[in-house]
Design a protein around this ligand. Structure first.
Ligand code: BG6
Length: 485
């Protein structure tokens, strides 16, 4: 299907090995990539084509059923040692690019994947243009990994640099959450079900709860994470993207232009909190040592590459408000952190309380639609019903639908779907510059207040669901985190 030459910058890195090569292999096995594609991997190391093929084969080994087939796939991979700052290296890259374009008959279609440190994004993009690796003859698409800036100012600078060489519709900014099956399912749940679509607003929804909990710590990423923190690592991108899918109005069509227009509007409608509101409605925390599940976990400050006096938050929680008419005054609570009790990514849509005619002895639950993103995928709906028996008693009923293991096993990886979208030229599941601008404006405000250290940085024990202040926040709004297995 796809005639294309893919150039990967950062070909020896972790992301390429863990995500990109397996995703490309799955696209190859499913026939999206056939004979007329080639991949150029670049990085500083002086590898040969043989070494590169071996790395590719190693990274796809768990997916391989037919060795010959895998070898044919790997034969499409070429390696070019490359210093991103050296113009001469781009000349060599152009020659290889032209040669492979002809050999594999790729119709001049080119995808560039920047899977490396963001400080090089601008340099690479401008060299691709100045050294005529892009020639405007086929499609030319640039895939960018996060982080896209560390503030509005740095994101703007980066965007200006990229814009000199690529137009907005050629830039695909990855937010891998948008490739997740159940995140994409939000569209189906919202816009194909009469009962939900009609009540998806402030008249019926009490609050929305987004939990992106992780049980892992910072692993070997302390150096990066200590300069980022939970707010920039998870909220600015993943949480706000998901929030926009939950809060947006119904797009006119299921096409990227209409979808992005509505997402942008939703993000621009999020209220920028005042300094007082940041202090009241946002909570930050850092994990401290604890014994949990038979294991000892060290404090964040004792993790490798982390400043022993670090004030970086490993947990962030808060309440956003989306003033778009549909959701005015409805809190969108979020929480995310490292070293929490379990890996659990979920969204709860909590509906309003029904007036009871049954007296104080009968406790009525608020209806809750839960979307389970990972590790299980599916949804549940919490409702009330009559308990079996002679007497009339109200009990809680949970309608539960989870994908079974077979479906999960076959469900494509986020990266596979996102690369597939790029090959199709579909930007629906990527972040538009206007979305980034809105989200950075919001995050900058919180960072600004937090950096003045006038708000507490709460401790929370490794293996817990974050500091008490995050629970108190919901109590203040007369609700609580809804979290059942
Ligand atoms: C990344 C963050 O964007 O998302 C990581 O940088 C985090 O810190 C990861 O662990 C979580 O992604 P997933 O797909 O495992 O939920």
């Amino acid at each position: 299907m796809s005639k294309v030459l893919i150039t990967i910058f950062g070909a020896t890195g972790d992301l390429a090995k863990r995500k990109l090569y397996p995703s490309l292999y799955r696209l190859y096995k499913s026939g999206v990539l056939e004979e007329d594609f080639a991949v150029i991997g670049t990085a500083r190391r002086p590898w040969t084509k043989e070494m590169y093929e071996d790395v590719v084969l190693e990274s796809i080994s768990s997916l391989v059923e037919n060795e010959e087939d895998a070898k044919t796939f790997a034969s499409h991979f070429y390696y070019q040692a490359h210093d991103v700052n050296d113009s001469e290296h781009y000349e060599t890259l152009r020659e290889l690019s032209n040669e492979l374009g002809e050999k594999y008959d790729t119709d001049h279609n080119k995808v560039f994947f920047l899977a490396m440190a963001p400080e090089f994004f601008g340099t690479i993009a401008s060299h691709l243009k100045s050294e005529h690796i892009t020639d405007g003859k086929g499609y030319e698409r640039l895939i960018i990994e996060k982080p896209f800036g560390t503030s509005l100012a740095t994101a703007e600078k980066l965007n200006d640099d990229l814009s000199k060489a690529f137009s907005e519709d050629q830039i695909y900014r990855i937010d891998h959450y948008l490739g997740k099956e159940m995140i994409q399912n939000i569209f189906a749940i919202r816009f194909t079900n009469f009962v939900f679509e009609k009540i998806w607003n402030r008249d019926f929804i009490d609050n929305i709860q987004i939990t992106f909990a992780e049980s892992i710590g910072v692993e070997d990423r302390g150096g990066y994470y200590d300069h980022s923190g939970a707010l920039k690592d998870m909220v600015q991108n993943h949480i706000l993207q998901v929030l926009s899918l939950l809060a947006m109005d119904k797009p006119k069509t299921y096409h990227s232009k209409d979808i992005l227009a509505e997402k942008i509007k939703a993000l621009q409608s999020i209220k920028i909190p005042s300094t007082e509101e940041v202090k009241e409605d946002f909570v930050r925390g850092q994990y401290v040592e604890n014994d949990f599940n038979g294991q000892h976990f060290v404090s964040y400050r004792d993790e490798s590459q982390v400043d022993p006096e670090s004030t970086t938050e490993t947990f962030a929680s808060g309440a956003f408000f989306v003033n778009n008419g549909r959701f005015n005054d409805v809190p969108f609570f979020f929480r995310t952190g490292k070293r929490m009790t379990e890996k659990g990514t979920r969204i709860n849509i909590v509906f309003k309380k029904e007036d009871s005619i049954f007296g104080p002895d009968q406790k009525l639950q608020q209806n809750v639609l839960t979307i389970y993103i990972q590790p299980t995928e599916g949804f549940s709906f919490l409702m009330n019903g009559k308990e079996v028996g002679k007497d009339f008693n109200i009990g809680e009923i949970k309608l539960d639908f989870r994908h079974d293991a077979a479906i999960l096993g076959n469900s494509p990886e986020a990266y596979e779907k996102l690369i597939y979208d790029v090959l199709k030229g579909d930007g629906s599941n990527f972040t538009h510059w206007d979305e980034l601008k809105a989200s950075w404006t919001l995050i900058d405000k919180i960072v600004d207040v937090w950096s003045k250290n006038e708000v507490p940085l709460y401790d929370y024990k490794a293996g817990t669901m974050g500091p008490k202040a995050s629970f108190d926040l919901l109590e203040k709004y007369d609700t609580e985190w809804n979290w059942t297995p």
